[in-house]
Write a new protein. Structure first.
Length: 452
């Protein structure tokens, strides 16, 4: 029996959920691996290849058993053109073999996203993300706690634990630049961004789920701890942007068109003013956040990348997703304090570098239309669930200012899902009571909240 559009709303086989969880895990670990190196034959990569192959095969199987024709009809033309341009860029790419291999990886990401869109409802996608992010945060903090306990035991020579044992455990997963797995898990923007997405997800989970409230509360608290430990200034700005977007969307819901647009103008004015103030007083702001005024050398990185963009402004250098070590023109392009960087640290500049002005325009059109569709979904539907795609999408847009990950892996996976699934017909969504979310929450009895 095939998975039809009717069964998408509820009756999905357990094996499809298993593939869904595996897909998310593959994407998350792919983010971490590609952030450090590129397609090696180490044990970590071999395990990733095997898991990715199973996830891709399962995604294709369940996608073509579902109502795949409906999904194809919902694909925005600019997304189709952008993906076609990624492949077409091999014709003028400065590194054609890397463009082909990178496109094959991107095609796998597209297939996984189409599988999620065709098979799962919004609520099921939400639950898949919630449980996966919860597992990531719990594992990261659990590992950090283990290291702290072992460190104390090593210092006190308890139960035979010494400094050598502690260092051997800490060095598990050490990458070529000398960083260890606990550095990668907690102390960077990668983990901070997942923690912010987790915080958004868990807050919405608290509002919509009737059971396991204590688990959700614990998840919220641990997500906040992880954000703090990440020490990422970009995540601080993303958190502010997400908070503003959530507040405006809640206030605008149920209002007439003129009132909504007045709220929007005020929000844009506040955002613009805040951005201008941060720009003028960036030294004070970033020093307060414990960062350098140049955003950890990002201005130097952007200047170097812009010089490359100016050499091929229209067509770009060719799609590669992440920069490939040892390949010109990236090799040795950016070396700061002895560390070589392999990304532009800005998704929009990265797109201009790889696919030129044509690719950048298509990308901006895709992001703009997706923002409008997710905004309308979040504002015009009464269910709190539909704030989730909007707020996660805003997180990715802001993250794209300081990181290049919006083009690849889990971020592109989310962009594709939000861009296509936001076109789902009304009958595939949760019941819309037309009652504004704030009004519904105010009228909800506190005793009922406690029983949940």
């Amino acid at each position: 029996m095939s998975i039809t559009s009717k069964s998408v709303s509820g009756q999905v086989p357990k094996s499809a959920f298993a593939i869904g969880y595996l897909t998310l895990v593959v994407l998350v670990f792919g983010d971490a691996l590609f952030a450090q190196e590129y397609l090696y034959l180490t044990p970590s990569w071999l395990a990733w290849y095997a898991a990715a192959a199973i996830a891709l095969a399962g995604s294709a199987y369940f996608f073509f058993k579902a109502d795949w024709r409906r999904v194809f009809r919902q694909i925005p033309i600019e997304l189709s053109l952008l993906i076609a341009l990624m492949l077409g860029s091999v014709l003028w790419s400065y590194y054609p073999s890397q463009t082909i291999s990178s496109f094959l990886i991107q095609a796998g990401v597209v297939m996984a996203a189409l599988f999620f869109i065709a098979v799962f409802s919004w609520r099921q996608i939400f639950n898949l993300f919630a449980n996966t992010i919860r597992g990531i945060i719990f594992a990261a903090l659990g590992y950090e706690l283990l290291l702290s306990i072992l460190s104390l035991m090593a210092q006190a020579s308890v139960l035979g634990v010494d400094e050598n044992l502690f260092q051997s455990i800490r060095n598990i997963g050490q990458v070529p630049d000398g960083r260890t797995i606990d550095d990668l898990l907690l102390r960077n923007s990668f983990m901070g961004s997942w923690a912010l997405m987790g915080l958004i997800t868990f807050l919405i989970e608290f509002a919509i789920e009737k059971r396991h409230k204590y688990l959700t509360v614990v998840s919220i608290l641990l997500a906040i701890v992880t954000i703090v430990l990440s020490g990422s200034a970009g995540i601080v700005f993303a958190t502010v942007a997400v908070g503003l977007a959530g507040l405006v969307s809640l206030l605008a819901e149920g209002k007439d068109r003129d009132t909504r647009h007045r709220y929007y103008r005020i929000a844009w004015a506040i955002s613009g003013t805040a951005g201008f103030v941060v720009l003028i007083f960036r030294r004070v702001v970033f020093e307060f956040l414990g960062k350098s005024p140049d955003m950890t050398h990002r201005t130097d990185i952007w200047k170097s990348v812009f010089n490359l963009v100016s050499e091929r402004p229209l067509e770009g250098w060719g799609f590669t997703g992440v920069w490939v070590p040892g390949v010109e023109p990236f090799s040795g392009l950016i070396v700061i304090n002895g560390i070589e960087y392999f990304q532009a640290h800005n998704s929009y500049l990265e797109m201009a570098l790889q696919l030129g002005a044509v690719g950048l325009v298509l990308f901006l059109i895709l992001l703009t239309r997706t923002f409008i569709k997710t905004w309308r979904l979040g504002v015009h539907h009464s269910h709190v669930l539909y704030l989730w795609p909007l707020l996660l999408f805003v997180t990715q847009l802001i993250r794209g200012i300081t990181e290049s990950r919006l083009l690849v892996q889990s971020a592109m996976f989310m962009v594709i899902i939000f861009a296509i699934k936001s076109y789902d017909p009304e009958e595939m969504l949760e019941k819309n009571s037309k009652k504004p979310k704030l009004e519904a929450m105010r009228k909800r009895p506190m005793t009922k909240m406690k029983r949940r």
